[in-house]
Design a protein around this ligand. Structure first.
Ligand code: ZN
Length: 734
């Protein structure tokens, strides 16, 4: 479906507030009423007799993967909230990975997508598609959508104002790519359903994460901290999916780490460390397949990563080499911006590779040794909750309340994984007269009620009281839990810190284990699920107001409220009363006419005189050695002109085979070994530089690099899009 986004070219906060939101083309979803019938999907020909296994463990399992990479030009990357960090090509493609389990009477779906987070808008759009295609088979209660939290995915899929500001609005082609990718991964898993088995395993991984707010963590009670040997979780939990013959179908791994090995200087779309772990696992299992192809699906999903960095050399002042201030992570010269954590590699690519490789290795080992079979039945519970108004029963006499959303001053400071540009520091418990003045003038001051509720947070943005042009933050939040036998997956609508995750796990486990069927339950925290609400710290961490606490938007009792809510879901599951859970207030679904893109339309592409699109500007060398980088630059168009490029590629590296006298594609833009840089020049001229980082494993021989794109020109007054391609000279790897 071709779409046009109308541009306005405005980008400042001030202008955004006054801009008239432009009407965009509506979604017309083909309402294919395919009511899927359970059990009839693709029964495997080699299906053994049902007597082979005890009936209570007969699951149907299905796995699927689909490309969810959106437009890789101009769209901001989602994570560092940096409007200048717009997409300029591809390092690795982004995928949605879906897992469906059916116990004969109930079905659950877990999706992990290589995106920053799942937004409410994204979830609602996915649910509409699923409803249209499958009726009530896949609904609010039994579908969990989780984002890996890569900070090098694409933005533009939010309906609340704050997120739209950092996204350049609501970008239809961007959200459509993710919706289609997620739905397609579920479709594939659905079609692949077959009798299978599930195994659980867990182990510990060292040297791959560290706590980026240890000062906050230390504010947790000593007796609680003493129960744990580290201030981050080292645990890797995996679920292994096999058919009845024991052949592997797929795997989900959960490990708590921020996918921020690729830092805010990166401009290429990337799955970051967790995406690379998936890449390695799938490449190993799908022998001979190009990346993103082959039946085996390996998801590396997010967990309680709120305060967890992959930058294992830790923070230091990058300008002076000094240690950063421990309490507020700032530097004597240059402030917060100069206090940056890096490592373990020499640059962000190597760091991504090392952390991804570590996680992959551990998961592979656990996968190989997984013996503990997951048995039992499935449950799913979901509620919408007005998080601005939850009364929490702390004990028999004491109740507290959540607050309308608000962000504290330290939100603007950022973290050691990417600091803010202004003079904010973490750990601020007092406001700043200058910025408070700016805020009051532009956006209005927070009410006394909200200020009191959020104490000791000094409020920078009282987002719960900012409703124009649309609410800045959500009130209605999803809480959800699914259980597969004695594995409980808790879908957290944001980023929980290490200790918050531990408390939720413990609370849920305690509640479930009141029933014998849930003895020895493994509780997994699935992060960044269903809707994004920033961070969730413990009450104690909240008191010191570092970044994560300043970003705990529903106030000091946010975690307590979630623990109460998740306990409620767990109790309903344990007692078999899920049907009696109130559904809760439905979240808003704003009309497309209320949403608008601030992404400029693609201008007519220009090229240097006497050249053509796809022509080589800088040629490859005649020969390379393994370990070197083959590079070629083409005259290119804007990659946004290519439209939906999911499951396609902008580049290929091809090898010539003498025997067949054919060129075979050995790498695409999804490959770790390639980099597709879209280099945007001035005057609507642009180039595509393709790099092939020739691995030690590359076969010697003849190669060429190709680039595929589209350019826009005017024919009369009509814009016309035309495909082009370019091919490098043949070169040797010797
Ligand atoms: Zn984060």
């Amino acid at each position: 479906m071709a779409r046009k986004s109308v541009c306005c070219g405005l980008s400042t906060l001030e202008m955004l507030l006054i801009v008239l939101f432009v009407l965009m083309t509506g979604v017309s979803v083909g309402l294919i009423s395919v009511m899927a019938t359970k059990w009839n999907a693709d029964s495997s020909p080699e299906e053994p007799s049902p007597t082979a296994r005890p009936p209570e463990t007969l699951f149907l399992v299905g796995v699927g993967r689909a490309d969810c990479t959106g437009p890789v030009g101009d769209v901001p990357l989602m994570g560092y909230a940096n409007l200048d960090q717009t997409a300029r090509g591809i390092h690795t493609r982004l995928y949605s990975r879906a897992f469906i389990v059916d116990d004969g009477s109930k079905r659950v779906v877990f999706v992990s997508a290589d995106i920053g987070m799942v937004s409410q808008r994204l979830r609602l759009e996915v649910m509409r598609e699923l409803q249209a295609n499958y009726g009530n088979l896949y609904g609010q209660d039994n579908v969990v959508l989780s984002g890996t939290h890569t900070h090098s995915g694409l933005a533009g899929y939010f309906q609340y104002t704050l997120f739209m500001i950092t996204s350049k609005g609501y970008i239809k082609p961007s959200i459509q790519a993710i919706v289609k990718g997620i739905v397609q991964s579920i479709d594939t898993a659905h079609k692949n359903l077959k009798p299978g088995r599930i195994f659980l395993n867990k182990g510990e991984l060292e040297d791959s994460n560290l706590n980026r707010s240890p000062h906050s963590y230390l504010n947790n009670p000593a007796e609680e901290r003493n129960r744990y040997k580290s201030n981050t979780d080292k645990q890797v939990v995996i679920l292994k999916f096999t058919n009845l013959h024991g052949d592997g179908l797929g795997m989900i791994s959960w490990f708590a780490v921020h996918p921020v090995s690729m830092n805010y200087t990166n401009r290429m779309v990337s799955g970051d460390n967790l995406g690379y772990a998936s890449y390695l696992f799938e490449q190993e299992k799908n022998i001979g397949s190009l990346p993103g192809e082959g039946p085996f699906v390996a998801a590396f999903a997010s967990s309680n990563l709120g305060d967890v960095s992959p930058n294992t050399r830790g923070p230091y002042c990058v300008n002076t080499g000094e240690a950063c201030d421990y309490v507020n992570s700032s530097c004597p010269i240059g402030g917060t911006k100069m206090c940056v954590a890096m490592g373990p590699g020499k640059d962000m690519f190597e760091s991504t590779r090392i952390i991804g490789q570590n996680i992959y290795q551990k998961a592979k080992e656990l996968y190989g040794g997984a013996q503990q079979e997951v048995r039992g039945v499935l449950h799913a519970a979901h509620q919408w909750v007005n998080m601005t108004d939850v009364t929490v029963q702390l004990n028999s006499t004491h109740t507290v309340k959540t607050c309308k959303p608000a962000l504290g001053h330290s939100f603007a400071a950022g973290t050691i994984d990417g600091g803010g540009d202004l003079n904010f520091t973490q750990g601020a418990v007092e406001g700043d007269p200058f910025w408070d003045g700016v805020r009051d003038t532009l956006l209005g001051p927070p009410s006394n009620e909200t200020q009191d509720c959020h104490q000791p947070k000094p409020i920078l943005f009282s987002t719960g009281e900012m409703k124009k042009p649309l609410p800045w933050h959500p009130d209605i939040v999803d809480v959800q839990m699914i259980t597969i036998g004695s594995v409980a997956i808790v879908a957290i609508p944001g980023e929980v810190t290490t200790m918050s995750g531990r408390r939720i796990r413990e609370a849920v486990k305690q509640e479930l284990e009141t029933q014998a069927a849930f003895a020895n339950t493994e509780v997994v925290i699935a992060g960044l699920c269903n809707i994004y609400t920033h961070y969730i710290t413990t009450y104690e961490e909240y008191q010191v107001q570092r970044y994560e606490a300043a970003s705990t938007i529903y106030g000091p009792h946010t975690l307590s409220a979630y623990m109460q809510l998740f306990r409620g879901l767990a109790r309903a599951i344990a007692e078999g009363t899920v049907g009696k859970l109130p559904k809760g207030p439905e979240p808003p679904f704003f009309n497309d006419s209320q949403l608008s893109s601030l992404l400029p339309a693609v201008p007519v592409d220009r090229k240097p005189e006497n050249t053509s699109f796809g022509q080589v500007l800088e040629q490859v060398l005649p020969t390379y050695k393994r370990g070197e980088v083959a590079s070629v630059t083409f005259v290119s168009g804007n990659p946004r002109n290519s439209g939906d490029m999911r499951e396609k590629t902008f580049i290929t590296v091809e090898q010539y085979h003498n025997q067949t006298q054919q060129w075979d594609i050995v790498y695409t833009d999804a490959s770790w070994e390639t980099r597709f840089h879209w280099v945007k020049g001035s005057g609507a001229q642009s180039n595509a530089t393709v790099e092939w980082h020739i691995p030690p494993s590359a076969q010697l021989g003849s190669y060429r690099i190709r680039h595929f794109g589209h350019y826009k020109e005017l024919k009369g007054l009509r814009p016309v899009i035309t495909a082009y391609e370019g091919t490098s000279d043949v070169f040797r790897v010797s």
